[in-house]
Design a protein around this ligand. Structure first.
Ligand code: KG4
Ligand code: ZN
Length: 342
């Protein structure tokens, strides 16, 4: 019967330095999740070079999509829709995915569903938590974003707090660079911190006046840089592991305290985390503990679904598809797309 037919979505993600494609069945079953990372290329420059990212996406995208289709064991004729990230992100990088999605949509006469990248990150939580449904609170911590949001319904968000300056992942990357760990810094700080004392240095935990759920990470970043300068000027040996662990404790405490406070204030007993920084082992541990102590159910995606991937875009696209979201062939990349905009 037509009503019982599975819904298959091919999703494409190219907003930053990962070219990714995935086939998702009925919103929560991942049939394939192919990610081609450009990290090794950008490492040479200490960060993502937008022009190189766009060129590499063009080179890789067809291959990545073919592999996603093959792994899933489906053809373009089996698909019900194409989902694609159209913002926020690097405009040249986004355009590659958007153009590809439009071409397939046009050639196969398939509905096109543009997806907000952050909605994708949040939706990653649905993959391995079949019982998770809105409403819940979600802390989104990635390289470009730090948001505390109430997921009121699928695709409906109320933003309680956001960063005033650097994103959490950006702070990790900048601090890692300062202590000579290279790009991307988050995983390296995560690893090195295990050898350091998180209480060695007391870095400042910023609070934003009259905005209890907002974040600010530029202060802690500057404090790390000042500490390094002081050590160098005074000839004191630099203890990289202690600095990494102390910085990480500071960021993790702020993220956890804000998220738990919001959950209590809004009487929400489900808390999820999302985005690249959500794969941080100390953050996961701290959130798990704080949630347990406060009788809050804690949800988190596996690390592979935390960092950029297309499976999460396919999940978000499915719920948008059900709600009737359709984009035309005039869909454009929107580098500063706001969460909740369509
Ligand atoms: O979500 P994502 O892959 O891309 C964006 O949408 O920005 O996040 C990438 C960010 C980078 O800043 C990276 O350093 C950080 O996530 N990250 C981590 C960890 N793994 C990735 N930060 C802390 N600990 C980690 N284990
Ligand atoms: Zn991302």
């Amino acid at each position: 019967m037509e009503n019982n037919k599975d819904i298959l979505i091919l999703a494409i993600e190219s907003s930053c330095d990962e070219t990714a494609a995935s086939v998702v069945k009925n919103g929560r079953t991942i049939l394939s999740n192919i990610i081609s990372s450009q990290i090794d290329l950008h490492k040479l420059y200490g960060g993502v070079v937008p022009e190189i990212a766009s060129r590499k996406h063009i080179e890789k995208i067809n291959q990545v999509i073919e592999e996603a289709m093959e792994t899933a064991g489906v053809t373009l004729d089996d698909l019900d829709a194409i989902g694609v990230t159209y913002g926020p992100g690097l405009v040249g990088a986004l355009l590659v995915g958007v153009a590809e999605a439009k071409a397939i949509s046009f050639a196969k006469n398939l509905p096109l569903v543009g997806v907000h990248h952050i909605e994708g990150h949040i939706s990653a939580n649905y993959i391995e938590n079949p019982d998770l449904e809105p409403p819940f609170l979600c802390l989104v911590v990635s390289g470009g974003h730090t948001h505390l949001v109430i997921v009121k319904d699928y695709g409906e968000f109320e933003i309680l707090g956001r960063t005033r300056d650097d994103a959490a992942g950006e702070a990790f990357d900048k601090v890692a660079r300062a202590i000579g760990l290279g790009y991307p810094g988050g995983p390296k700080i995560d690893k090195l911190s295990k050898e350091g004392n998180p209480y060695a240095i007391d870095f400042p935990k910023a609070k934003v006046d009259e905005a209890p759920y907002d974040f600010s990470f530029s202060g802690v970043k500057s404090a790390v840089l000042n500490h390094l300068n002081k050590c160098r000027m005074q000839g004191i040996p630099i203890q990289e592991a202690d600095i990494a662990a102390s910085f990480q404790r500071c960021v993790v405490e702020v993220l956890t305290e804000h998220a738990i406070a919001a959950a209590k204030d809004y009487h929400i007993n489900k808390l999820a985390i999302a985005g690249g920084v959500a794969s941080n082992s100390t953050l996961r541990g701290a959130m798990e503990k704080a949630c347990r102590e406060n009788h809050i159910e804690f949800y988190h995606p596996s690390p592979i679904f935390c960092t950029d991937n297309a499976a999460m875009i396919g999940v978000a696209a499915y719920y948008e598809y059900l709600k009737g979201t359709r984009h035309g062939l005039d869909l454009n990349a929107v580098p500063n797309l706001k969460l909740g905009e369509r």
